[in-house]
Ligand binder design. Structure first.
Ligand code: ADP
Ligand code: ZN
Ligand code: ZN
Length: 767
């Protein structure tokens, strides 16, 4: 029986305004002149505004504390808005002020380190303080109503589902149907909303139509357990050497950054486990950051069984569960925190170690404000907290490798696979030679042949396909018309499963046009897609049991788990997936990995295209031959001479780095320089362009001469969600130069510019 939410009751209730009008504070939103002796605080509001605002702190509230979360009526509409106390005592003037409406935390959630980390994020990622701080605390934390949650059951038969339901509502029913089959009904309404994209209202409508039943029940809270599985093996010599080097840093502690470069299958996880144990044995806490998808893998499940009192912050948690873990981490009841990017903000009070696994992963970068990079933020946190941090990868980012060369990071290597297993052999297949002209096939003769062999021996294969959708583009061969989203200047992608065209930028969808609107000609569907590959596999290997893993077929971590478990248990022969299958999977019976097209990541308009391609091939190839069976890898490509592909075939990270780094240096690009990008958005193209020019004019005088200024130009993707996009790209020779120059000036710079301005530091995508 899981513990029930009574733990929340330990917290005193946050003070509420006395009833009956003014009782010491003005009614919400009404501004009054402060009386003598009234306290005035400065609030950073969770909005895209740099300045802080003066608010009255009513006398009935206990004294304010820095970093405390409050709610206050804000703006003309007086919407209750999340805000943070950033100044304890402002001098009350003679002008009227609104009062703080509600205090959310009796004690601030931030300790000194997290508070300073918040300031750093705001300054480094050029994001207003209120928005930066808000991103660090899950909104559910401290909310008292979390003792109950709404859950849903299916209450209708498949056959009775109305045909008229919207796609999202249908998805709710599908989710519940699946949950029942798996025996995990009921499902929390929150999880359903996340999985389906439905609003709470439209789920309620399903209940009113008696298709589902919604009820409230006490929240089930996760349990921390002390039980730990015994070590399954001794460390090998390389692992032991790496661990000894780390041990010397863990005790006595102190800030240091170690890059653990271990080839795929070299047993990095085992080193993490032992380092974490050493830290928690002395009563300190550890944070292990992993890419989101890795949370669904067996590798992680195995790791969790080896560590005591682990809080796993995955995206499938309900608000209440998240808040509960947050509390346990703060109290010190949780010894280890495992989670994706946002785990960097876990409120550990006795931090002893941070580990960032797969540190090269671009999914560590948040694509909304604040656009923080989880790895770099973790390094900053380790520095502020004065603790060691380990960055692990088989294909370290060139940024981290450069830091090693510059002497800022220490390097530890695990150069060989555990148990003396050989690295998988890679074979490059030149697709042009293998495909029959006129025939649309994606799996060439070599890969088809190898697949047949592997399936014949009862072994397993992983196939990587780098694109979504069945037939990508909708195109008129006679007049060259291309179907594009009317809100974004991007192609509409046709999806076989739903028979709809969809824009991958704004999710707009529409039916497939019958004829070319320009010349009435017959339209052609073309492109490489995972669904098409699936169809081809089914045709070529009708007996094989196949599962497809991509964000179209899976929306919850539980669904990934299910497929990975089935594959691990040998119930499936082939796993076909997008980049997701390249991340940390460890299946001993996989003897073949096929990369359907290594080129798709080369054509992205980005200076990191080669690096991405190299990482992708090495990582996916690393899924093969992880046990006694030797692994082989087939890489299909149209550009076999590409150096990134050549280096990847021999697992030659050093060679790749030695080839790519000088190119970056000559071009003045990261890691030898740092980028800051501004995106300026507006519905009207001339307004966007004028605003971009105004921003450029405001920025120029602030920046030192060594900063290179590009733009303003139209962004690579000119329009998204009906908004035109312009960009300004700044390049500095050293990190922090631009940020230092702009510190304290952002409000004045963006002030009067009538367009949306989004800043990004160290962008991972230049689209
Ligand atoms: P990596 O993360 O470096 O790709 P893993 O940590 O997933 O590698 O380890 C690969 C496999 O080897 C796992 O199944 C792990 O349990 C196993 N393993 C790790 N260390 C050892 C060891 N010293 N002896 C035997 N097997 C090991
Ligand atoms: Zn669109
Ligand atoms: Zn046409």
């Amino acid at each position: 029986m899981p513990a029930v939410a009574k733990l929340f009751e330990d917290q005193p209730d946050a003070p509420k305004a006395p009833r009956g009008g003014n009782g010491g504070g003005a009614p919400d939103g009404k501004a009054v002149v402060p009386a003598p002796g009234d306290r005035v605080v400065g609030l950073a509001v969770n909005a895209n505004l740099w300045r802080s605002f003066d608010y009255l702190w009513p006398a009935w509230l206990p004294a304010p504390a820095l970093g405390q979360r409050v709610r206050a009526a804000f703006g003309r509409g007086n919407r209750k808005t999340l805000a943070f106390v950033v100044d304890l005592a402002r001098r009350p003037g003679t002008h009227e002020l609104k009062a703080v409406s509600e205090v959310l935390d009796p004690q601030p959630q931030f300790d000194d380190v997290l508070w300073r980390l918040g300031q750093w994020i705001s300054g480094y990622y050029l994001t207003p303080p209120g928005m930066s701080l808000a991103a660090m605390i899950p909104s559910a934390v401290g909310r008292h109503a979390a003792r109950c949650e709404a859950v849903a059951y299916l209450s209708s038969h498949h056959a009775d589902w109305p045909a008229t339901l919207g796609a999202r509502q249908k998805r709710v029913l599908d989710e519940l149907y699946e949950a029942r089959k798996q025996g995990v009904e009921p499902v929390s309404v929150e999880a359903l909303m996340r999985a389906s994209g439905c609003s709470r209202d439209s789920i309620q409508r399903l209940a009113r139509r008696k298709l589902i039943r919604v009820e409230n029940r006490p929240v089930e809270l996760p349990e921390l357990t002390d039980a730990v599985e015994a070590d399954p093996f001794e460390l090998n010599a390389d692992q032991q050497a790496a661990l000894s080097a780390l041990s010397a840093k863990l005790d006595p502690g102190g800030f240091s950054v170690t890059l653990l470069h271990g080839v795929t299958g070299s047993g990095k996880t085992e080193v993490y486990v032992r380092a974490i144990r050493q830290v928690i044995a002395t009563g300190r806490q550890a944070i292990l950051m992993v890419p989101e998808i890795a949370l669904a893998t067996q590798t992680l499940q195995r790791l969790l069984r080896r560590l005591p009192r682990v809080a796993v912050l995955h995206s499938g948690l309900s608000d209440a569960q998240r808040a509960f873990y947050y509390q346990q981490i703060r109290d010190g009841a949780a010894a280890v925190v495992v989670g994706p990017r946002s785990a960097v903000f876990a409120p550990t009070r006795k931090l002893g170690l941070i580990i960032v696994d797969e540190e090269h992963e671009s999914s560590y970068k948040q694509d909304t404000a604040p656009p923080y990079h989880g790895r770099d933020t973790a390094v900053k946190r380790a520095q502020l907290a004065d603790v060691p941090i380990i960055l692990g990868s088989a294909t370290p980012s060139l940024e981290s490798m450069h830091n090693v060369e510059a002497g800022r990071y220490d390097l530890l290597s695990l150069p060989i696979r555990v148990k003396g297993l050989p690295m998988p052999k890679l074979q490059i297949v030149h697709l042009r030679k293998e495909l029959t002209p006129g025939k649309v096939e994606l799996i060439g003769a070599t890969l088809t042949h190898r697949l047949a062999e592997v399936l014949g021996r009862g072994e397993q294969a992983i196939l990587l396909m780098n694109r979504r959708g069945y037939a990508s583009y909708v195109f008129c061969p006679s007049c060259k018309w291309m179907y594009e989203c009317e809100h974004c200047s991007r192609p509409m992608i046709f999806h076989q499963a739903t028979h709809m065209c969809m824009c991958h930028y704004c999710q707009a969808s529409s039916a497939l046009p019958e004829h070319c609107p320009a010349c009435s000609g017959k339209l052609l569907l073309f492109g490489l897609g995972i669904q098409r590959t699936e169809a081809e596999l089914v045709r070529k290997f009708p007996q094989a049991k196949l599962a497809r893993v991509d964000s179209d077929t899976m929306s919850t971590p539980g669904q990934f788990r299910k497929v990975f478990d089935a594959f691990g248990a040998g119930e499936l022969d082939i796993l076909l997936g997008t980049q997701m299958v390249g991340k940390g999977l460890d299946f001993p019976r996989v003897s073949l990995v096929g990369i359907i097209s290594a080129d798709t990541s080369l054509i992205i308009p980005d200076f990191r295209a080669s690096e991405r391609t190299f990482q992708l091939i090495v990582q996916v190839a690393g899924r093969a031959g992880r046990a006694e069976m030797p692994g082989q890898v087939v890489v299909q490509t149209l550009h076999g001479d590409e150096p990134a592909i050549q280096f990847a075939t021999t697992h030659d990270y050093k060679g790749f780095a030695a080839w790519e780094l000088p190119l970056r240096k000559d071009a003045g690009l990261p890691p030898y320089a740092r980028l800051v990008r501004f995106i300026i958005r507006h519905e009207k193209v001339d307004r966007a362009s004028a605003a971009a020019a105004a921003l450029a004019a405001a920025l120029r005088p602030c920046l030192p001469p060594e900063v290179v200024f590009w733009g303003p130009d139209p962004a690579a993707i000119k329009r998204i969600r009906n908004k035109f996009r312009f960009q300004i790209l700044l390049i500095a020779p050293k990190p922090g130069v631009i940020q230092a120059a702009l510190a304290g000036r952002m409000e004045r710079i963006v002030h009067d510019i009538p367009a949306e301005i989004l800043a990004d530091a160290d962008p991972v995508s230049l689209a």
